[in-house]
Write a protein that binds this ligand. Structure first.
Ligand SMILES: NC(=O)c1ccc[n+]([C@@H]2O[C@H](COP(=O)([O-])OP(=O)(O)OC[C@H]3O[C@@H](n4cnc5c(N)ncnc54)[C@H](O)[C@@H]3O)[C@@H](O)[C@H]2O)c1
Ligand SMILES: [Zn+2]
Length: 359
């Protein structure tokens, strides 16, 4: 077994190779629990459920699989799963394993947060996006007709176990979506990491060591921002870089472009906002675009979307303060603008429209 552990958060994040067969040995709560619910989706079940069930022991394990995709992240799925656990007489001495991408992490985490007022969850992310982002930070929840992630709870896991071997089966598009968040981590906190990402050929199979080291750096960066925010610094907001514009694009395109791809475009546009406000050098947006293009991510706004539609989408992204939309903006590779201490920069609509119009 080769792995490393990030201790930045109150729970350990183990990243490495051949970890699925070691789950029980790695996570004490999985050894102690009377019953274990392994919650996954049909795709991940076919690929990895056997290894997990073999590791934790099949006599006390109950495998629950749902349809893959965002469409399953609903209260209806939450009721089905909790009813199934109640029917199987799961008690307070049971635990949940969330085996899959961010959709599974969010819904299985929300099941664990609410079942009998809360039972332990272990996050076992199998997408790059879930390893570097969704499984870290303790946010869980479901989507509603009014929007994404609007009903949920904070429920930090007992541990996160990211087995990078699972990335071998991930479709290229899903991998790129995760790489976008890694590039974001580099630009918000670590210029050296940006360099490493730039020199990585993600289209060739990466070694387990290479994946482990890259994923771990992202986990440290997100983990540090999340941990600092528990002390009220507002620094968690820096993780929103690229997301205000990115979410607007994602919504306008009816979720047909992956999240990371929308965030990639969002980062370039938001860096241009920072340049327009003279917060960063005018070369930064191009520098960010070059890194993203190298890994096959888009960097320009799809032509069908008008500046007005994007601005209006951004205004709906929950960050409107006193009539202005607040953005997390970069000042250079590895550093974000602090603003008035909150890491949120109010940008006048006129500036946003000017940048969006000048494509
Ligand atoms: N809680 C948080 O802080 C947080 C942060 C970011 C994103 N999210 C949430 O995460 C979700 C997106 O996560 P995602 O991108 O992982 O999507 P996902 O969970 O839908 O997974 C993407 C696809 O990859 C498949 N898959 C998963 N692992 C695989 C593997 N190893 N090999 C082959 N296929 C595999 C899945 O079946 C699915 O079809 C969104 O719902 C988003 O809201 C949550
Ligand atoms: Zn994101």
């Amino acid at each position: 077994v080769t792995y490393s552990t990030c201790h930045t958060l109150p729970y350990p994040v183990h990243v490495g190779s051949a970890l699925l067969p070691q789950l029980r040995a790695l996570v004490p709560v999985l050894d102690r629990a009377h019953r274990i619910a392994v919650i996954t989706d049909h795709t991940v079940k076919r690929l990895y459920a056997d290894a997990v069930v073999a590791s934790v022991g099949d006599t006390r394990t109950h495998l629950i699989s749902i349809s893959a995709g965002e469409i399953s992240k609903t209260r209806e799925t939450w009721s089905h799963i909790t009813d199934e656990l109640l029917g199987a007489q799961f008690g307070r001495d049971s635990a949940v394993i969330a085996l899959g991408g961010g959709v599974i992490g969010d819904i299985a985490g929300f099941v664990a947060a609410t079942y009998l007022r809360g039972i332990p969850v272990v996050q076992v992310p199998t997408t790059l996006l879930a390893m570097v982002d969704a499984s870290i930070g303790g946010k869980t929840g479901v989507d509603t007709a009014h929007g994404k992630n609007l009903v949920g709870a904070f429920h930090p896991p007992q541990a996160v176990v990211a087995d990078v071997d699972t990335l071998a089966t991930l479709p290229a598009r899903e991998r790129q979506s995760g790489v976008a968040e890694m590039v974001k981590h580099g630009f918000i906190a670590d210029a050296t990491y940006v360099e490493r990402l730039t020199h990585t050929d993600f289209d060739a199979p990466l070694s387990a060591n290479a994946w482990t080291s890259l994923v771990l750096r992202s986990v440290e960066i997100k983990g540090a921002a999340v941990a600092a925010d528990e002390r009220e610094s507002g620094i968690r907001k820096t993780l929103n870089f690229g997301h205000t514009i990115g979410h607007a694009i994602e919504h306008l395109l009816a979720y047909t472009l992956p999240h990371g791809h929308c965030v990639a475009i969002g980062m370039v546009v938001e860096a241009r906002l920072a340049a327009a406000l003279a917060l960063c050098d005018s070369a930064l947006p191009t520098q960010i675009a070059r890194v993203l293009e190298r890994v096959g991510l888009p960097t320009t706004i799809p032509h069908a979307l008008t500046p007005e539609a994007i601005l209006s989408g951004a205004r709906h992204d929950k960050k409107v303060r006193r009539g202005h939309v607040e953005y997390a903006l970069p000042i250079r590779a590895g550093a974000m603008a602090v603003g008035s201490g909150t890491f949120g920069i109010a940008v006048p609509d006129a500036v946003v429209l000017a940048v969006l119009t000048h494509r």
